[in-house]
Design a protein around this ligand. Structure first.
Ligand SMILES: Cc1cc2nc3c(=O)[nH]c(=O)nc-3n(C[C@H](O)[C@H](O)[C@H](O)COP(=O)(O)OP(=O)(O)OC[C@H]3O[C@@H](n4cnc5c(N)ncnc54)[C@H](O)[C@@H]3O)c2cc1C
Length: 286
């Protein structure tokens, strides 16, 4: 399995370290970003992560959930997680006030291959809350923009109210990110693209497909269509990366909950090369 694995975290992977909610940003319906600070400065100083990695958020008496880190890896003061209310842990989190504390283990998993994108064009393709695990990659790509070719974001949602982080788009554009958005259904005066996000890739002019990398996160069917479009446009399959999602428990490859074909999503993923998982992406039950 070719992966972008970064190995175990730099903190004890079994220990949940205490974090405090410093602020909450309401993003869209049922989705908020929690800005977290470690209560122990020594832990804060030790913790670092790479774009695409996730933490296990531990709500005592409720459980743990895997949540991607959505902040800038270069900024250590605050750790952001953008969370959609799905079940027990995420609903309990949504009911906490600023100042509340809970536990966090991590960071876990593989990272988006930012270094391997040097001198290449990069196309980020994502939908809805799938932009959260890609936001750290956007920050890092923009922080080092001179090292890369053209940077493009293709982003879709069911409707315009489902697009995340739109308040940052002007700044991202000013730093060199070409942003194209689309919605499945036009509403609320939307005058932009209508259609699913892989269609944006179908018609995006490409400078040099052989030297283009695609980073994609979203529902599996969307990633499958995106990869099909990328390959059809001449982008090599080994330059297409996807982020997988499976229920997980230990997050360090021991319990087997997140097995996906021959891989454990928690340690071989979540970011994997498309060609390594293509055979399993559209198989029901995987
Ligand atoms: C690597 C990775 C990164 C992730 N990043 C993010 C992120 O950045 N943001 C984010 O919001 N999510 C993210 N997720 C998804 C998140 O981990 C899940 O939504 C998680 O299940 C939420 O935990 P929960 O306890 O709130 O929900 P759960 O209680 O686990 O419920 C999740 C869903 O399962 C259903 N369900 C629960 N119990 C049962 C049952 N007994 N029978 C049938 N259905 C049931 C619920 O109704 C709900 O639809 C990520 C997942 C992975 C693997």
């Amino acid at each position: 399995m070719s992966s972008t694995s970064t190995g175990l975290p730099n903190l004890d992977p079994w220990l949940a370290y205490t974090v405090r909610i410093a602020a909450v940003t309401h993003e869209i319906d049922d989705v908020s970003t929690y800005h977290l600070k470690f209560t122990d400065q020594a832990v804060a100083d030790t913790f670092s992560f790479q774009p695409g990695q996730f933490n296990m958020l531990y709500l005592p008496g409720v459980g743990e959930a895997a949540i991607s880190i959505s902040s800038d890896p270069a900024k250590h003061a605050m750790l952001d997680h953008t969370v959609r209310i799905a079940g027990n842990v995420t609903r309990t989190l949504a009911n906490l006030e600023v100042g509340a504390t809970f536990g966090l283990r991590g960071p876990f998993g593989s990272a988006w291959p930012v270094d391997a994108c040097c001198d290449r064009d990069v196309i980020i393709v994502t939908g809805g809350i799938g932009l959260a695990p890609l936001r750290p990659a956007i920050y890092e790509l923009l922080n080092r923009a001179s090292e890369f070719g053209q940077l493009t974001l293709l982003y879709g949602a069911r409707e315009s109210a489902g697009l995340l982080y739109t308040g940052e788009f002007d700044e991202w554009r000013s730093r060199g990110l070409d942003i194209h958005t689309t919605v499945d259904r036009a509403s609320g005066g939307w005058t932009g693209n209508v259609g699913v996000v892989p269609q944006l890739l179908d018609r995006l002019p490409l400078n040099d497909p052989q030297n283009t990398t695609v980073l994609c996160c979203g529902p599996e069917v969307m990633m499958w269509y995106t990869a099909r479009s990328a390959l059809g446009r001449g982008i090599p399959q080994e330059r297409v990366y996807v982020s997988l999602e499976r229920n997980m428990n230990c997050a360090i490859g021991l319990c087997g909950h997140c097995q996906f074909g021959p891989t454990f999503v928690c340690k071989d993923g979540p970011v994997v090369r498309y060609d390594c998982v293509a055979d399993f992406l559209r198989v029901e039950g995987f």
